[in-house]
Design a protein around this ligand. Structure first.
Ligand code: FES
Length: 105
């Protein structure tokens, strides 16, 4: 499935992600800037923060309670905020668009 990352200066990068991996893993593997993922996907650092594009919010769904607690530590949290290590890549999410924040933490 493809995922498009749009960075804080509106530059867009589309990558091919593996089903079953997470959006964060796909980002790191493809050298997407503005995603740090310090904890390696354990939902305990909030440095993999992204904004899901409005058009995709329904498909990705919102954060779990645990993710929501962690999001409190993220910078500039919005209603579309998610931790990208908690979004699983699947065919349903083919074409997913996420925006990355200007900074993490
Ligand atoms: Fe640490 Fe997502 S990688 S919370």
């Amino acid at each position: 499935p493809s995922i498009t990352f749009i960075d804080s200066s509106s530059e867009s990068r589309t990558i091919d992600a593996e089903t079953g991996s997470t959006v964060m893993e796909a980002a790191i593997r493809n050298g997407i800037p503005e995603i740090e993922a310090e904890c390696g996907g354990a939902c305990s650092c909030a440095t993999c923060h992204v904004y899901v594009d409005d058009a995709w919010m329904e498909k990705t769904g919102g954060p779990s309670p645990m993710e929501e607690d962690m999001l409190d530590f993220a910078f500039d949290v919005r209603p579309t905020s998610r931790l990208s290590c908690q979004i699983k890549v699947s065919d349903t999410l083919d074409g997913l668009v996420v925006h990355t924040p200007a900074r993490q933490g």
